[in-house]
Design a protein around this ligand. Structure first.
Ligand SMILES: NC(=O)c1ccc[n+]([C@@H]2O[C@H](COP(=O)([O-])OP(=O)(O)OC[C@H]3O[C@@H](n4cnc5c(N)ncnc54)[C@H](O)[C@@H]3O)[C@@H](O)[C@H]2O)c1
Length: 281
């Protein structure tokens, strides 16, 4: 018989399968609402966190990042990568895992998949921000970029903010069709659109969640009326721009962590960084 390792050597592991089971057990909308309360509580103790801008390793086709933080009791880091070209090869753009450790002993306490968790967290943060910042009583959201994150963004805005309609647009019609199919049983009124401009008709909330490293302008100034709330998510590293600069110049801009946000969504041609609302950890 080979010797057994000490119990201290075991680190609980939450796989994608476990996480999916947990989401199904709790129910997606309940989980999103509970997460929103947790995240909001963490924002209220923001000063306490030991924060560092993410450590990024860029390549022509993507980025691999580590995101460490600590609240002085627990330490964690997330490994996350973003490769917009991946969907053409039937791979995911975003994949992540993370580790939680006890600060006092330094022992790892939990190793977890974070691909699903990232999706849930990002969706929840958009909806939580909208709860505080978006015009009251908005019923429709334009969802631009209908990839892996999008259906969760829609579900979170329904569960946490209270929208009843999503207007979908993606440069890839198959992505829109898939997102619409996945939302068919959600209780949302789902409207597939053929242009970004069309998707914004009657929408007081706009969420951009595109993946592209081409310095693209997905939303131009003339598309945006006054008083609209934008969750800009996809411009989360240099070259992944989404909003035209003029939109930013006439907006109130809310970000999670300025030192990190200034590194993201930066266009080659601009001296100033794009400041995005939801570029989180
Ligand atoms: N801010 C955050 O915290 C956070 C968290 C998760 C993901 N992200 C980012 O969000 C983006 C989307 O992630 P995903 O997992 O859904 O990726 P994905 O590749 O699954 O989906 C992206 C979609 O955007 C579409 N798209 C690309 N350019 C477009 C354009 N100009 N107009 C309309 N649609 C366009 C693509 O066709 C694709 O369907 C990525 O850039 C990712 O890095 C940010």
């Amino acid at each position: 018989m080979p010797p057994f390792p000490s119990e201290l050597a075991y680190v609980p592991f939450v796989s994608v399968e476990h996480m999916m089971g947990l989401v199904h057990h709790i129910g997606i909308e309940t989980m999103l609402c509970d997460l929103a309360d947790e995240i909001e509580a963490d924002f209220k103790r923001w000063e306490l966190f030991d924060k560092t801008p993410r450590v990024a390793s860029h390549s022509e086709v993507g980025v691999i990042e580590q995101m460490p933080t600590s609240d002085r009791e627990m330490y964690d880091f997330k490994y996350v990568k973003g490769h917009p070209k991946n969907t053409r090869e039937s791979l995911q753009t975003v994949t992540a895992f993370g580790l939680l450790a006890d600060v006092d002993s330094g022992y790892p306490k939990l190793l977890s998949e974070m691909t699903l968790l990232t999706t849930l967290r990002t969706a929840t943060t958009s909806a939580m921000a909208a709860r505080h910042l978006a015009p009251k009583g908005a019923t429709a959201m334009a969802m631009i970029g209908n990839g892996a994150q999008s259906e969760f963004q829609c579900l979170a805005l329904k569960a946490i903010y209270g929208i009843d309609t999503v207007r979908l647009f993606d440069v890839d019609p198959l992505a829109t069709a898939r997102c619409a199919r996945n939302l068919a049983q959600s209780g949302l009124n789902v409207v597939p659109c053929t242009s970004g401009k069309q998707s914004m008709e009657g929408a007081d909330i706009i969420t951009t969640c595109t993946a592209d490293k081409q310095n693209a302008t997905v939303v131009t100034d003339n598309m945006i009326g006054s008083g609209v709330h934008i969750n800009a998510i996809g411009g989360d590293c240099p070259g992944k721009t989404e909003l035209h600069r003029d939109i930013l110049l006439r907006s109130d801009i809310f970000v999670e962590y300025p030192p990190q946000i200034r590194m993201k969504g930066r266009s080659r041609n601009w001296k100033r960084a794009i400041l995005l609302l939801n570029c989180g950890r």
